[in-house]
Design a protein around this ligand. Structure first.
Ligand code: ADP
Ligand code: MG
Length: 256
């Protein structure tokens, strides 16, 4: 059974068809790439899968369950984590607090728990503090725990965002342009980092990227969008010499 299956996904924004008849089968453990020119519909596909938009047509099946139309927090709880093209961090909070917030978003206090500082609640807070610090240690960013996010190097901010996504213990992680704004050295480090987290957290990874070396070096299979349509898919070697892909897009990719 595929981990994620998408069938005939179509999305209209008013009169604009942003995604048309998108199909995918993603097997557990894979690293999959989604590429295409700006405005091709890549982020929209991620927003549909994670429940930020409801598709006009089509079905999204995750671990055998139809998740089409479910809300973002439900989908996160079911095991799909994501990061955003533009970082969504609380820039005035510390790295640790950003990650703790992600852990807190998973739990619900009853009204009583919210008003009284019960022992159960204190224990829960200690557990979350411990888990967040532990996660930072696993990701090699624990030395930044008490740094305010806005003062952190960009590459570390990206890792904090990935840590937030991992707090919900996903099986599938969607990364929307994880190396945007990074230097070549940071990009190479991020490649290793992605391989490392796949192994460590037993993840399947689906990512959007523009950097040629990154996508071609990391992904086993790549799907190419143009104006919402899949114009090609296959292993990196095939995509690299696919005439329609070259015409539509490859010339625009960043060579690093
Ligand atoms: N919330 C929205 N409302 C209206 N149009 C949108 C919205 N989000 C994206 N679009 C449009 O849909 C198309 C695909 O956008 P997007 O998925 O962000 O592309 P990509 O991530 O491939 O650059 C673009 O034409 C974009 O302007
Ligand atoms: Mg995008």
């Amino acid at each position: 059974m595929p981990l994620l299956e998408i069938k005939h996904l179509t999305h209209w924004f008013g009169g604009l068809r942003a995604v048309h008849d998108f199909n995918l089968k993603l097997e557990p453990g894979e690293i999959r790439g989604l590429i295409g020119p700006n405005g091709a519909g890549k982020t929209t596909v991620f927003n549909l899968v994670t429940g930020f938009y409801k598709p006009t047509e089509g079905r999204i099946i995750f671990m055998g369950k139809d998740i089409t139309g479910k809300r973002p927090h439900e989908i996160a709880r079911m095991g799909i984590g994501r990061t955003f093209q533009n970082l969504r961090l609380w820039t005035h909070l510390t790295a640790l607090d950003n990650i703790k917030v992600a852990f807190y978003s998973q739990i619900r206090y009853g009204l009583v728990g919210a008003f009284f500082n019960t022992r159960a609640r204190r224990e829960e807070e200690e557990r979350i503090d411990h888990e967040a610090r532990n996660l930072m240690k696993m990701l090699g960013i624990d030395q930044y725990a008490n740094w305010v996010v806005s003062g952190l190097p960009y590459g570390i901010q990206r890792k904090v965002e990935i840590a937030r996504a991992l707090a919900t213990k996903p099986r599938l992680l969607l990364l929307d342009e994880p190396t945007a704004g990074m230097s070549p050295a940071e990009m190479r480090e991020t490649m290793d980092f992605i391989l490392f987290i796949r192994e460590k957290f037993n993840l399947t990874i689906w990512l959007i990227e523009h950097k040629m070396k990154f996508v071609m070096g990391l992904c086993e299979w790549i799907q190419v969008l143009n104006f919402g349509e899949t114009i090609a898919e296959g292993p990196p070697k095939e995509i690299q010499r696919h005439p329609e892909v070259i015409k539509a897009y490859l010339g625009e990719m960043v060579e690093l």
